[in-house]
Each structure stands twice: as C-alpha cells, then as structure tokens.
Design a protein around this ligand. Structure first.
Ligand code: ES4
Ligand code: ZN
Length: 334
C-alpha cells in the first residue's frame, strides 16, 4: 500500500541489529548440515516448527537459549559472510541506507572460531553492501554480560588491534540484562576507551532492567547511546537528561512484543519520547527471531501511532543524526 511505500522510501538507519540474530531458519538448517553440527534433541526439526517456536518466546532468556544454539552453526569465514550479506540484501530491499551492527565474538571464540574469522567474513559483507547496494555500515563488538568480566577483558585484548585500526567502530553490551547490571563492566569500558579516542560506546539497558540501569550505563560506562532504553519513560528526570543531551535510544518494537516487554507495539512510549524531545531510532534487533526487518518495524509502529508524513520525516532524521557515521554521509542521507 501507499503507506508501506512511503515508509520504505524514507532513508532508514538501523542501530540495533545483532548479526547473529539475522540467522533465518532456512539458513540455520543448511549451515548445520554443511558444518556437521548436531542440534540438540529438543530443538525443532523443521523450518515451520522452528518459526512457530520463535513466535512463542516467554522472555529474553527463553529467546537467548535459542539464539545461542543457532549461533553454534556458524563456523567458517564464509558462514559469517553469507549471514551478513543475506541481511544487507534483505534490509536494503526494505529501504535501509546505513546500519550499525552488533556481533558477539565470545559466542564464537569459545567454540574455537577466531575473532579474525568472524570479523573477516562480516567485513567482506559490509564492503560488498557498500559497493553494490550503497548501504554503509559500522561494526560494533558486544560483550556478553552473563560471562565473567575476566573473559570480557580477554576479548577486548583480542580485539585491541581491530579497534585501533578502526575496523571495529564501537563497543556494546548484550545478553541477559538481569542480574548483570552495567556497573559490573566499568573496567571493560575504561579499557575500550583507552584504545581509540573516537571509539563509540553503547549498552543494552532498560529493556528488562529499570531506569537505574540506564542511569548507570550513562554515568559509569559513559555510553553515548542506549540500546532499548524504553524503561526511561518511567523516570521524568532521566527523560529530561536524555532530551538535554540528545542521547538516542535504539528502540526495537517487534522485539519488545515477541519478548513480552509489552503486549502490543501501541504500549511503547514512542509518542512520549517525541513529545519530550528524547531521540530514538526504530530497529529490528534479531529480525530472524522476531518476525520482521526494519521496514516491518516501521509499519508496525505506523499501524499503532498513525504519524503523519512530517512526523515520520522527523523520526527518520533523528535516526540519521544519531548515527555514528561521518558528517558527510549524514548530510547525504538527510
Ligand atoms: C539480544 Cl534482544 C537482545 N537483548 C540482549 N541481548 C541480545 N543478543 C541478541 N539479542
Ligand atoms: Zn539487542
């Protein structure tokens, strides 16, 4: 319809996308076979059964259990390339222009897959996306907050050269929010900041965790962006702070429904953020698991909020302005 076409043609930027979360069931099973990986006995055996199970996640942890099993089928550089290239093509067909994408090195290095293998495959896909699709991108390495801090520190050491070379653009923090608050990772973020003066910092906070998680990510980790962050809406002082500093929240509507953060997209505090001047972007998080890519998230929001064209242009502009790309690229997108 015309609204979907309008939203498709908006210049969209995505800032909250886990590359491992783009593993579609129809790639998961062939990769498991190609790499001789045996899936657990309880794992659904067909694409249809798996998709059906994905539509019934109880909460974040229930999803993560599936997400980490899926991740196990990724072994070779070409697996990482195929995964990311499939994502870029699909998102491009939905009007994506720029993506800042997460990956979880620890979920691969603990299986004997080197960081170099992972990033080489991803970087090749990013280069091809820029050449062929004119989609620009940045890689953000995430630390798994359910793992010991010493392992996170070792992962940072492993990645130091790539941060220094600008091959990795930012650091994030993901996996189960509770009971792993931001304050556990202060030394990791300090260490990362020492690698490069322009290294960008973000963290998942305020999806499962309360507004205190967001305060602590800002104060203690010194992040310049907050992933999810929807629980900021419960804290008036925090809302003022986010608006004053123009700190962007990377909101993931379909993810929040699938993981039962809200029962319906209409419950998200998006109008409240707009009215308060708190910038946000709309993102797909783990599109293979949550039933939609970036445009599907825009459409779902439109169905509940019914914003006019000027408001949608403002939402798109906020996402461009909150991007970590070069000013020249931002101006091209605006
Ligand atoms: C994630 Cl939705 C979400 N939250 C936390 N960690 C994640 N890793 C992949 N998706
Ligand atoms: Zn996420």
């Amino acid at each position: 319809d015309t609204m979907r076409a309008f939203l498709r043609d908006l210049p969209k930027c995505e800032h909250h996308l886990h590359l491992e979360g783009t593993l579609e069931p129809d790639l998961l099973f062939p990769l498991a076979k190609r790499n001789g990986i045996e899936l657990p006995a309880h794992f659904p055996q067909t694409v249809e059964a798996l998709e059906d199970r994905y539509s019934r996640f109880k909460d974040l942890q229930d999803f993560l259990d599936f997400y980490y099993i899926g991740t196990n089928v990724l072994l070779k550089e070409e697996d990482f390339f195929d995964l990311a290239w499939a994502y870029f093509q699909r998102a491009h067909s939905q009007g994506l222009r720029h993506a800042e994408v997460f990956f979880d090195p620890q979920s691969h290095t603990t299986r004997g897959v080197s960081l170099e293998t992972v990033t080489s495959g991803f970087r090749s896909a990013c280069a091809r996306a820029e050449e062929e699709l004119h989609v620009t991108s940045k890689l953000i390495m995430c630390l798994l907050r359910h793992t010991p801090v010493e392992e996170c520190m070792a992962t940072l050491t492993d990645a130091q050269r790539m941060f220094e070379a600008g091959e990795l653009h930012g650091l994030g923090l993901d996996s189960a929010e509770k009971p792993f608050p931001p304050e556990l990772f202060v030394e990791c973020y300090e260490r990362a900041r020492s690698f490069h003066p322009e290294l960008r910092l973000t963290a998942h906070a305020g999806e499962e965790g309360g507004a205190d998680y967001i305060h602590n990510a800002l104060d203690l980790l010194q992040v310049s962006r907050v992933d999810h962050g929807v629980n900021a809406a419960h804290d008036a002082e925090l809302m003022e702070r986010l608006a004053r500093d123009q700190t962007m929240l990377t909101v993931c509507p379909l993810s929040n429904v699938r993981l039962q953060v809200v029962q319906d997209v209409g419950e998200l505090p998006l109008q409240k953020f707009l009215d308060a001047g708190v910038p946000f972007s709309l993102n797909s998080d783990d599109p293979a698991y949550f039933g939609g890519y970036i445009l599907d998230n825009y459409v779902a929001v439109h169905q509940r909020f019914g914003w006019d064209a000027a408001t949608w242009a403002r939402v798109a502009r906020q996402a461009i302005n909150g991007s970590w790309c070069e000013e020249k690229r931002k101006n091209d997108l605006l």
